[in-house]
Design a protein around this ligand. Sequence first.
Ligand code: UDP
Length: 237
Amino acid sequence: MRKDGRENDQIRSVKITDNYLMSPEGSVLIEMGNTKVICTACVEESTARHLTGTGRGWVTAEYAMLPGSTGSRKKRDRGKTDGRSIEIQRLIGRALRSVVDMEKLGERTIWIDCDVIQADGGTRTASITGAFVAMTQAMKKMKDAGMIDEIPIIGFVSAISVGIVDHEEILDLCYEEDSRAMVDMNVVMTDKGEYIEIQGTGEERPFSADELARLLSLAQNGCSALHAKQKEIIGEL
Ligand code: UDP
């Protein structure tokens, strides 16, 4: 039995509140248990510099944790983003770009901002799941405004963590589990069951191909549950 009473193959309770903020074209608050992240999507009418003149757009992401989001105060980034945040924001950007048709988006940039207001493990995976909803909301507004003819999305994206803790294979680790995991993995998937990114580490011991296959199967179930939540809000695209 896990600390919060969950089964090994059970995700935390998920709540996605859409249109959470007034100004950005897309915004959600995503809550996965005690982890809470505000994800926003803002549209800029120019693409990344290296894509100017190509007709293609760009999606980029930034990630940060509020000072009070965690037990010991997290220092604010002042000019210099810490290495962990850089790694996470690049992951979020890659995950979202993999399902966007950049030609249909046109020469525009969608800026994704993920701000963790409370951290209890799985902040990068919650960011990806929430940011996908915020991004599609922004695209719907662009379509309503006649900026694009169709929503330039080729699949849904969600992400979840899996790991081996106390020799047990478990889904959706909270901080207490994450901090003593023998094996720790973040999995990003489409709603067609395809992988976008797998970040897996043998923190305390190596893991076998069989363990990897079982962990990926756990992750697949978790991501499907999250895709269903996303579809409740967004509908089919
Ligand atoms: N954490 C923290 N302060 C930090 C970094 C991480 O309190 O500066 C905690 C936080 O609860 C986070 C967890 O450690 O969710 C796991 O961090 P990790 O780097 O594995 O990323 P995450 O699981 O949040 O994607």
